[in-house]
Design a protein around this ligand. Structure first.
Ligand SMILES: [Zn+2]
Ligand SMILES: [Zn+2]
Length: 508
């Protein structure tokens, strides 16, 4: 058993963990690294699509391995420059960008194993969001060298263009069978049976800040098990799933556990916030507030969305979401069967494309809220928006209101900068704000309005002790040495791109 952490070693996010299991190999997640992205890139400075793999490789954002799509090699990059690596499957733990964001680079014949919910979220995200080659997880047009300049790759637009799909293996069922949606054009989507390309696997649902999060156990038939946690926590609504995972993983007597250590070195809150406490605090804030309510939470945190649906119901408000939220919700309803249509109104934003899309939803039976409806009865409405949607508020003749920030703290300069701007919008609109404030220019986060997506330290050690592997490899952790000091089980601190060879009993 060999483990090589190409992303997620000593940093939070960007997990790209290769495991060698005898004569087979697999990746556990293939996300985009925030650290390198933040170091070199900004909104208008990104690796160029026309240069395929090359810009990403030169920036160190991708490891130099021979597992990528051949159509992404420009003429001045050779596959012989890449180290050989065996990849029989990609196991995707959940639909957060730092776990799937670079998977579109992988060869299209590498099957992707995920929960049905993760598949559903990613399918909807790919339809509503901007997709570049890094996130082409379903169908993609095969790139071709530009005529007379083969160092540049282009996406052909003619009718002869070649389209490739990927193979998805889902670890659970859908409640709504829709053959076309399941097939996804050229994609092949099947349910898994616990064995793929010679790798035996087990999937365990776990609790995280997005639905569908899954931990995996893998082995080569008859060999030792390796367990990968993905991102997880105990204190959400599905906390029992995490406990169940730990118990079942223990029965496998795994050789290695690769686990997240996100909250190592972050300092613990006085009280660990559960989703229930967040619910009660946000409910109180909405009840105490006046005027229009704005609820700000991450668009793919569906648990939080369900929390606010309940708050809207209890306070007699109409909960208004964007058409992008509806696209995601329609997709996840195929898996969890929870059609939230009756509880929601769709905001008809006054931009050309948005208005058309919302009218289309209205024709399909969704309740629509026009800015004028909201402006005429602001206290009757709870509008779910975040910083990225602030311009939509300019459609309203605002008269103050209550802004409930139920989202995470800022962990880097870019996030801090965006939240500083958010505070300026809140000032401009004259909202009373809960969950975040600004004192002498510095941001202050009010406890109780957000609950972390990651294991509290007590829970982390409880999970490690329950699973009781021979060795632990911490990933998604900014302080792995500190993790190793605190961890009750022998810990190997991974170094980016260095093989941890457990067959030899040592790392090199
Ligand atoms: Zn993550
Ligand atoms: Zn995550």
């Amino acid at each position: 058993m060999k483990i090589t952490v190409y992303g997620g070693a000593g940093v939070i996010g960007g997990n790209k963990v290769h495991v060698g299991l005898g004569d087979r190999g697999a990746f556990l997640d293939f996300g985009e690294s925030f650290d390198l992205g933040n170091k070199f890139c900004s909104e208008f400075v990104r690796p160029r699509t026309g240069r395929g793999l090359r810009d990403f490789l030169r920036l160190g954002m991708l490891p130099p391995l021979d597992c990528y799509r051949p159509d992404l090699y420009p003429a001045d990059l050779s596959m012989t420059d890449m180290a050989p690596v065996r990849v029989d499957a990609l196991f995707l733990s959940h639909a957060h960008f730092d776990h799937y964001g670079n998977a579109g680079f992988l060869r299209h014949d590498i099957p992707i194993v995920s929960s049905s919910m993760t598949y559903a979220i990613l399918r909807a995200s790919s339809e509503i969001g901007r997709t570049g080659m890094s996130t082409e997880l379903f169908d993609h047009v095969v790139r071709e060298p530009k005529e007379m300049e083969p160092r540049i790759l282009v996406s052909p637009r003619n009718k002869d263009k070649e389209v490739q799909g990927r193979r998805w293996v889902l670890t659970g069922k859908m409640v709504e069978e829709d053959p076309e949606w399941r097939m996804g054009g050229c994609c092949q989507v099947t349910e898994g049976n616990g064995e793929l390309n010679g790798i035996e696997y087990k999937a365990f649902p776990v609790d995280h800040s997005i639905y569908g999060a899954t931990a995996f156990a893998l082995r080569r038939a008859g060999g030792d098990w390796l367990v990968y946690s993905g991102d997880l926590r105990m204190h959400g609504v599905n906390g029992d799933d995490t406990a169940l995972f730990a118990g079942r993983a223990r029965e496998l007597r795994p050789k290695a556990l690769i686990i997240e250590g996100t909250r190592i070195g972050r300092g613990s809150p006085k009280v660990e916030m559960t989703e229930r406490m967040v619910h009660d605090n946000c409910l109180a804030a909405v009840e105490e507030g006046s005027g229009l309510t704005i609820a700000d939470f991450s668009a793919n945190n569906f648990e939080r969305l369900d929390t606010f649906i309940d708050i809207a119901r209890r306070t007699g408000k109409r909960m208004v979401v964007t058409h992008r939220d509806v696209a995601l919700l329609q997709s996840i309803a195929r898996v969890d069967g929870n059609v939230r249509k009756d509880s929601l109104w769709v905001y008809r934003s006054l931009s050309d494309r948005d208005a058309d899309m919302v009218d289309d939803l209205g024709d399909r039976g969704w309740q629509v809220a026009d800015p004028d409806d909201i402006a005429s009865e602001p206290e009757e409405h709870m509008l779910c928006l975040s910083f990225w949607d602030m311009a939509k508020l300019l459609d309203l003749e605002w008269r103050g209101g209550t802004y409930v920030y139920s989202n995470s703290m800022a962990y880097d300069l870019r996030q801090t900068d965006n939240l500083q701007k958010l505070m300026n919008w809140i000032d401009l609109m004259g909202f009373d704000c809960r969950g975040i404030s600004k004192t002498n220019g510095a941001l202050d986060f009010e406890e109780g309005f957000h609950s972390s997506g990651h294991l509290a330290l007590d829970d982390l050690w409880r999970v490690v002790e329950t699973i009781s592997p021979e060795v632990v490899v911490p990933v998604h952790c900014a302080f792995p040495e500190l993790f190793a000091e605190m961890c009750p089980v022998r810990t190997i601190v991974p170094e980016k791109g260095k093989v941890i060879d457990l067959d030899r009993g040592t790392s090199r």
